[in-house]
Structure formats: C-alpha cells, structure tokens
Write a protein that binds this ligand. Structure first.
Ligand SMILES: C[S@@+](CC[C@H](N)C(=O)[O-])C[C@H]1O[C@@H](n2cnc3c(N)ncnc32)[C@H](O)[C@@H]1O
Length: 202
C-alpha cells in the first residue's frame, strides 16, 4: 500500500495534473466503481448510489467552488448556495445514514437541510476546521477527523457512496477494510486517478 495520501484540495495542486481523464471505472468484481458526474447537473443522487448503505461527502468549500470548476473546465451550473442546499437535501432524503464535512461559514450553514446532529470541531486531513453534519443517524461518539469518521463507517457498513470524491480517500479507507464503494466527481481526472491507483488500496 502506498503511503502517499493525496487529497483533492482547492488550495494545493495535486497529482490530478498527472491523471488521464476517464468517464467511468468498475472493478473486476463489481464491488467498486467511480464515474464522472456534475452533481449540480441533476441536484440529486445518481442511481449508482442506490446500492450503498451509507453516504459521505466533503463538498467544496465556498472558495473552492470556482477553483474546482476552472480546474475541470466546467461552468458552474448553479450558485454555490443552491448546490449546498441540494447536497444536504440529497443526503436527508436518501434515508441512508449519511455524513458530510463542510465549511464553518454560518451563512452557508443556513442553507442546509437541518441535520440529525452536528459537531463543530471536526478537522479535515489537511487540518482545516469544519463542521460535521449527520443525516438519518446520530453518531455513537464524536469523531475528531474525517479519517476517524470514515474508518468507523467502514467498520459498520458495507458500501459507501461519495459524490464529490476527489482522489477517493473515502474509497481508500473502505478498500482497506475490504468493503465496497461508489465514487463520483465533477473532474474526470479524479476518476482517472482512482482507476489508476485504487487496486493498490486493498
Ligand atoms: C474538498 S474536495 C474532496 C476531496 C476528496 N475527499 C478527496 O479524497 O480527495 C471537493 C471535491 O468536490 C468536487 N466537486 C466540485 N464541484 C462539484 C460538483 N458540482 N459535482 C461533483 N463534484 C464536485 C471537486 O472536484 C473536488 O474533488
């Protein structure tokens, strides 16, 4: 297993530059798949996520909205606040246990569908403060980082769905636990990265 833990950030330039764009990838056993999809083009979860029993997402922060779209060469389909609302709507309406790590900006939070539970001191891998929102589940304890949270999910659930998956850190932690995943992202180069690297994660 590689020690390199890339994270698709709006502030760092990562190996996405090196990845070939790809529309879709499915593992040989069908347990893991990744595909390019602009969530804002449908504002709802794709059918591929139906088979997941838990959902998780780290949507772009407000400042990253423009950066990620420029990087992918795709025009934003809706204003950021609308995107944020529909992300929380999709999680809440899925009826699946779901969590997201998002901005601490309370002006943005006001656009969220009220969560089951929220926790304000969570940290991303990159040690940025953020808020953890939970839908359809009250977490059994407070998680300090995204890694702790996703590893707990991997111990409890079989297949995770993440529709802003970047380089696929969510999938990586589920692979390490022998579990399945469905990942999508706006940027086809993220899918190329996942396709080129995910067989090494298990
Ligand atoms: C904070 S990063 C998530 C990083 C990810 N957890 C990882 O392991 O690299 C947010 C991701 O949202 C994606 N994104 C931005 N706008 C999107 C949209 N409209 N639909 C789907 N994904 C989007 C970006 O390309 C980026 O990969």
């Amino acid at each position: 297993m590689s020690d390199h833990l890339p994270y698709h950030s709006a502030t760092d330039v990562g190996p996405v530059e090196e990845a070939e764009p790809l529309d879709r990838w499915v593992s040989e056993d069908g347990k893991r798949e990744a595909f390019a999809h602009d969530f804002a083009s449908t504002l709802s979860l794709s059918r591929e996520f139906d088979r997941c029993d838990v959902l998780y997402v780290e949507p772009p922060f407000p400042h990253g909205w423009k950066v990620f779209h420029e990087r992918a060469g795709i025009e934003p389909q809706v204003p950021y606040k609308e995107f944020f609302y529909w992300v929380t709507r999709a999680l809440a309406d899925s009826d699946k246990p779901a969590a997201m790590l998002c901005t601490t900006d309370t002006r943005v939070q006001l656009n969220a569908v009220p969560p089951t539970y929220s926790h304000r001191s969570a940290l991303l891998t990159a040690a940025r403060p953020c808020v953890m929102l939970w839908y359809n589940l009250v977490p059994p304890k407070e998680f300090k980082t995204n890694t702790e949270l996703i590893q707990w999910m991997a111990s409890e659930f079989d297949c995770i769905g993440d529709f802003a998956a970047g380089y696929g850190y969510t999938g990586r932690l589920f692979s390490e636990a022998g579990k399945g995943w469905v990942l999508s992202d706006l940027d086809p180069r993220c899918i190329g990265y996942i396709a080129a690297n995910s067989e090494e994660w298990a």
